[in-house]
Design a protein around this ligand. Structure first.
Ligand code: ZN
Length: 239
């Protein structure tokens, strides 16, 4: 059994709550990137990921922070302000750690990407985009049964797993694969849910976990840090 987490975004309270929920039987926790950006605790979150040895890839926010040549014109003003603030905070050790992470990784018959199979910055938010990436997955990675992706902060499984959920909430993804699976976001959910989410994986069985955490504390730290207030507000809205 292993766990997959994504889009921590410097939210220490959410990360700690998620990791406390991961059962001891889980051999590894894989991280799909965007450890930092938006939240008030980039170093603390990065320390946990680095010191735990969890395999992680980088997301667009990680790269924007650690690569000074990134054109912040691609980011909206709030995200760009968070990138600039995080650049000032991040330790040299954590900067080097994120700089040296890969963009994709493959293990246990699974592929791990930040955005999509074809582009780490692509958002898979509709069926057409999912279908194109599933076709690429079949042709380029014939042995991969599950591809985990993040970036959208929206929980999703494609193709639709309708009818495959057992009574205990486990999704049986053994048939009709390969599947694209988004565990949702640890630190900044955008699908209307306010809890942190992640998935547990056993073979081709996937279980979503929904974790409450101290949102008020994470919000207070964002405001105290002088980060844009909407980054605090949105945690309570799940948007
Ligand atoms: Zn993200």
């Amino acid at each position: 059994m292993y766990a997959v987490i994504s889009d921590i975004h410097g939210n220490l309270e959410a990360l700690q709550a998620v990791l406390a929920d991961v059962p001891e039987a889980a051999e590894q926790v894989f991280c799909l990137g965007d450890v930092i950006g938006y939240g008030a605790n980039p170093n603390e979150c990065c320390d946990i990921v680095r010191e735990s040895g969890m395999p992680t890839i980088t997301g667009n926010h990680d790269i924007a922070v650690v690569d000074p040549d990134t054109n912040l014109g691609w980011f909206n003003p709030v995200a760009a302000a968070a990138v600039r603030w995080t650049r000032e905070q991040l330790s040299a050790e954590n900067t080097e750690f994120l700089r040296s992470r890969p963009r994709t990784m493959q293990k246990n018959g699974a592929l791990f990407v930040h955005g999509s199979v074809r582009d780490p910055d692509e958002y898979i938010l509709d069926g057409a985009t999912a279908a194109k990436n599933l076709a690429l997955l079949r042709s380029e990675y014939p042995d991969v049964r599950l591809c985990f992706f993040g970036h959208t902060h929206v929980k999703a499984v494609a193709p639709s797993p309708n009818g495959s959920a057992a009574e205990n909430g486990v999704l049986d993804l053994s048939a009709n694969g390969p599947y694209l699976v988004n565990p949702g976001s640890v630190g900044q959910p955008r699908d209307g849910d306010t809890f942190a989410s992640y998935v547990l994986v056993e073979g081709t069985e996937v279980t979503y976990r929904f974790i409450e955490y101290d949102i008020a504390r994470a919000q207070a730290k964002i405001r105290e840090a002088g980060l844009p207030g909407m980054l605090a507000d949105r945690l309570a809205a799940g948007r």
